[in-house]
Design a protein around this ligand. Structure first.
Ligand code: NAD
Ligand code: UGA
Length: 365
């Protein structure tokens, strides 16, 4: 099979490429602005990398879709700081450009795997009715299922939700094309994947990456880890190896079980508050790498709008219901929270700055 991976040079894309090269004989075309993360794939005869900007490349992309058997679309702005700073660019890339790809798939009758996000679920119901609940900490309030859970976003003035909204509208359009029998699609909703090659350290770029990279930078260079709005918000973290194992099963699509399905991919048992994540990273660093002298970062609370800018809002809690992936794909995440965090930290802390080779354990589907 010839697979076109749009955004194949990114964090998730580069791991998918690596594992496809190691475990299958599919022919791969990775299209991205960058190829620096395609470490082990570079030079492999089954991989062709095409550097390009989707926004200026529709003709070539139409032809690439036409030549492929399967299109995997990972292209997006995926960092919350961008939802605040450049909301229209987020809609442009994450909705309009991705819709162009979906419509190319329709035109050329190609199967599409579309990366969406767990952010489509928005907030849990708890912040809205907290005082009326006997047990607001019951995880059942934040366990989100693909086909039954309602989606709760904040007001328009909280433009952080534009990312969620753009991805949600794209999902609804794919669903509608499916209803008309015009598109064979699968939607993936990742729940906070982390691991080697995620983002970049804040000191390496001029952007604002996701939380893991901020906390790691603070551990390596100090002085403080900043806990946005106190750090009581919770996330469930998934090691990229577990995630890719599931993604490969979706790519193989045994007996067509993934057609017109939405899949949560995540580790429901790996839930942690952001404050606990910060404490855990410091604890692991002290045990594995600390020289006993250098100052470790302090935990400092910071207001969300101060950290990201006006219009920031947050998801309080989200836990994936992965019943569907278990039943249809026989998939189960294997890594505990401690393993996920430690393996992700190893990549940077064992070497100088992310130039390490990463050898995932065997996760053959
Ligand atoms: P990433 O930023 O590492 O990957 C996105 C890739 O798209 C990057 O390599 C980037 O260079 C490329 N890209 C951006 N604009 C482009 C353009 N104009 N033309 C060509 N390429 C362009 O992010 P990721 O974490 O690998 O996320 C991949 C997908 O999964 C995204 O759609 C994201 O929304 C979704 N997602 C990821 C997570 C996660 O846990 N990492 C969670 C939810 C959703
Ligand atoms: C992310 C992004 O929206 C997407 O990459 C993706 O769709 C999704 O979640 C995912 O990875 O599943 P979020 O989890 O909010 O959203 O992004 P992070 O930057 O990783 O932040 C996690 C939490 O840590 C947020 O509550 C944020 O406010 C907080 N944070 C962030 C801090 O407390 N300190 C920091 O230095 C950075």
């Amino acid at each position: 099979m010839r697979i076109l991976l749009l955004g194949g040079g990114g964090f998730i894309g580069s791991h998918v490429v690596d594992q496809l090269l190691q475990r299958t004989d599919h022919e791969l075309v990775a299209y991205d602005l960058y190829d620096e993360k395609l470490v082990s794939g570079n030079g492999h005869s089954a991989l062709k990398f095409i550097r390009g900007d989707i926004r200026e490349d529709h003709e070539r992309l139409g032809a690439l879709v036409h030549e492929s058997d399967l299109v995997v679309d990972l292209i997006a702005h995926a960092n919350p700081s961008l939802y605040i700073k450049v909301p229209l660019d987020v809609v442009d890339l994450n909705f309009h450009e991705n819709l162009f790809i979906a419509e190319s798939c329709i035109k050329h009758s190609k199967r599409l795997i579309q990366f969406s996000t767990c952010e489509v679920y928005g907030k849990s119901v708890v912040p809205l009715v907290h005082d009326r609940l006997d047990d607001p900490d019951d995880p059942a309030f934040a366990r989100f299922s693909e086909d039954t859970t309602h989606m709760i976003l904040g007001p328009v003035s909280r433009h952080r939700w534009i990312y969620s909204c753009a991805k949600q509208l794209l999902e609804r359009i794919l669903h509608a094309y499916g209803l008309e029998d015009r598109l064979d699609y699968t939607i993936i909703r990742p729940f906070n994947f982390i691991g080697p090659r995620i983002d970049y350290l804040p000191s390496e770029g001029d952007g604002n990456p996701r939380v893991f990279s901020h906390f790691l930078q603070a551990i390596l260079d100090g002085p403080s880890m900043q806990l946005v709005n106190g750090g009581s918000q919770r996330r469930a973290y998934t090691l990229i190896d577990d995630a890719v194992d599931c993604i490969l099963r979706i790519i193989e699509n045994p007996n067509g079980v993934c057609s017109r399905q939405i899949f949560n991919i995540g580790s429901p048992d790996n839930e942690v508050s952001i404050r606990e994540l910060a404490e855990k990273m410091i604890k692991i660093y002290k045990r594995r790498w600390w020289d006993g002298h250098r100052a470790l970062p302090r935990l400092v609370e910071v207001d969300g709008e101060e950290f990201y800018g006006s219009g920031y809002d947050d998801s309080d809690r989200r836990i994936p219901d992965i019943t569907k992936a278990r039943q249809l794909l026989n998939w189960e995440p294997r890594y505990t929270l401690d393993e996920v965090v430690e393996r992700s930290m190893e990549y940077w802390c064992n070497g100088s700055n992310g130039s390490n080779e990463y050898n995932p354990t065997d996760t053959t589907p």
